[in-house]
Design a protein around this ligand. Sequence first.
Ligand SMILES: [Zn+2]
Length: 116
Amino acid sequence: MQTIDQALDRLERSRFRSSFHLTKKERLYLEEKGMVVMRSHAEDFVRQKLAPADPVNDGKQTPMHGHPVFKAMHATACCCRGCLNKWYRVPLHRELTESEQNRIVNLLMAWLKRNM
Ligand SMILES: [Zn+2]
């Protein structure tokens, strides 16, 4: 099982995944809300958009910007079940466990910290 740092390093070697950066507006929003609130938003998005066995509009459920967590989801390949399957071998068509959701949230938060 790869560590968060290993996952982030691998993502940085992908031209597409490393092309995502926080906008000034997203950075300000992140600073204003703080990491505790950001984590609760990340938990909500992961639960709603990724955790169901077959998420609604899978592949298109995560906007490209407008929230720092959306940006982190694309940058970490946690934007849809297809990308989770390709990058992390997460099986399709079954609900994500609490521990899988937690690992995703931890990865999103680590990316945000690296990219603040
Ligand atoms: Zn995706």
